[in-house]
Design a protein around this ligand. Structure first.
Ligand SMILES: *[C@@H]1O[C@H](CO)[C@@H](O)[C@H](O)[C@H]1NC(C)=O
Ligand SMILES: *[C@@H]1O[C@H](CO)[C@@H](O)[C@H](O)[C@H]1NC(C)=O
Ligand SMILES: *[C@@H]1O[C@H](CO)[C@@H](O)[C@H](O)[C@H]1NC(C)=O
Ligand SMILES: *[C@@H]1O[C@H](CO)[C@@H](O)[C@H](O)[C@H]1NC(C)=O
Ligand SMILES: *[C@@H]1O[C@H](CO)[C@@H](O)[C@H](O)[C@H]1NC(C)=O
Length: 362
């Protein structure tokens, strides 16, 4: 979910982006590790993952119906596929959704972004984005598979697109069904921020008029990575706000302007979404639920999936919602380098009516 590179003092192409640069001040590593978001949150650590490191950005995770194996999908690597038999790993990089690139005829069709995978009508649907940094000439594509294994994906090409001058950028897709069971794609990144478009019943094309559902009318319009999720009586719209990537350890952006996860909710799938203070997401609202803390820097690209797991305490199969995201480790071989993005997994406590991340015990 992505991409908009901010380099020191310069912005890579966008008509909404005049100066001033959000990097007005620079911050040291120590400042960042000391920074607390306004929410004063005490965010939990991600689940420790065993095994070798693997790259993850804009993750989508799902369990296979037949064997409960976990499939994790990532930006780059032609929509990389990573599998594991346990949430805590070890994870194995097994291949790609589109090893021969996307059939969409646009620059970027060999570097797939932000896969979003769902099980519908007895098949797995992978929505993905084709674009290049800072460009609005973008498209959302679809591939399907019966098993999710590498080599089984069929590319159906373009579902929806945007061109220079549109109100939106057609990347970061997320499939959801509204209260009338009608399929929609949530999407968007910068420009007019986040939108929804109806899909045809076979999920293969956008139809009708897109509706804007979230906008931060600040100088950068830095919202992307929509994820719409129904829990109890509300539809929650999750998004990633701020600077996603391009970090340099000694020249980090002002603390708090890096990627973090924000949420709003509505009784209706198409909004209006409001934050916990009642501010509309269309009016720059949003409640932060996850930001940098400890070795977790710039978390985002979030999704939720329902984990079916065996609970040894009650000796039966249970279900729980798992919050999936990527973060840039502030430690390791190359601190703050988003080429080393890692997988974050947490539980969710909804008791307040708002999602609060928890430790995940596996
Ligand atoms: C955090 O800030 C406090 C107060 O400014 C300072 O004493 C402390 O050294 C800082 N910690 C780090 C890790 O920078
Ligand atoms: C996919 O894109 C790569 C460039 O990343 C290119 O080398 C390769 O030939 C393309 N594959 C096909 C099947 O077109
Ligand atoms: C981040 O890591 C990549 C891959 O190792 C490397 O090519 C790049 O130079 C690193 N970037 C920084 C800012 O260190
Ligand atoms: C809106 O953008 C401004 C400037 O980038 C930022 O300070 C503010 O936190 C953003 N609002 C939300 C809800 O993310
Ligand atoms: C969820 O959070 C509430 C409020 O902090 C707490 O009382 C409750 O015990 C939590 N639920 C679980 C299952 O941890």
């Amino acid at each position: 979910m992505f991409y908009f590179f901010l380099t020191a003092g310069s912005l890579l192409s966008s008509h909404v982006l005049a100066s001033p640069s959000p990097r007005a001040t620079t911050t040291t590593t120590a400042d960042v590790l000391n920074y607390t978001f306004p929410a004063g949150a005490n965010w939990p650590e991600p689940l420790p993952i065993t095994g070798d490191w693997f790259f993850v950005h804009d993750p989508s995770m799902i369990q296979r119906e037949t064997d409960s194996k976990y499939f994790l999908f990532t930006t780059h690597d032609k929509a990389g596929i990573i599998t594991s038999n346990s949430l805590s790993g070890p994870y194995a990089v097994v291949g790609s959704v589109l090893p021969d690139n996307s059939s969409i005829d646009l620059p970027g069709n060999n570097d797939i972004w932000a896969p979003d995978v769902h099980f519908e009508y007895g098949e797995y649907y992978c929505f993905y984005a084709v674009s290049t940094f800072g460009s609005q000439d973008s498209a959302i594509g679809l591939a399907t598979s019966k098993s999710m294994d590498p080599g089984t994906w069929i590319d159906h090409g373009e579902v929806w697109n945007s061109v220079t001058g549109d109100d939106y950028n057609a990347i970061d897709p997320n499939l959801f069904f509204d209260e009338h069971d009608k399929p929609y794609l949530a999407y968007g990144s910068f420009w007019g921020d986040l939108f929804q478009i109806p899909l045809t019943p076979n999920l293969m094309a956008g139809v009708g008029t897109p509706q804007e559902v979230s906008l931060n009318s600040s100088d950068t319009h830095a919202e992307e990575g929509s994820f719409v999720y129904k829990h109890d009586n509300y539809y929650y719209l999750f998004l990633s706000a701020g600077i996603c990537c391009g970090f340099v350890e000694d020249d980090l952006p002002q603390a708090g302007t890096e990627y973090h996860v924000v949420v709003g909710r509505s009784e209706f799938a198409h909004g209006p979404f409001v934050d916990a203070d009642g501010v509309a997401l269309l009016d720059s609202g949003g409640t932060i639920i996850l930001g940098s803390h400890g070795r977790v820097y710039a978390p985002g690209g979030q999704a939720i999936f329902v984990d079916k797991y065996y609970d040894s305490k009650v000796q039966s199969l249970q279900e729980r919602e798992v919050f999936v995201y990527h973060y840039v480790p502030a430690d390791g071989v190359s601190p703050y380098n988003d080429s080393y993005s890692s997988l974050g997994l947490n539980g969710i406590n909804w008791s307040s009516g708002w999602p609060v991340l928890t430790n995940l015990n596996v």
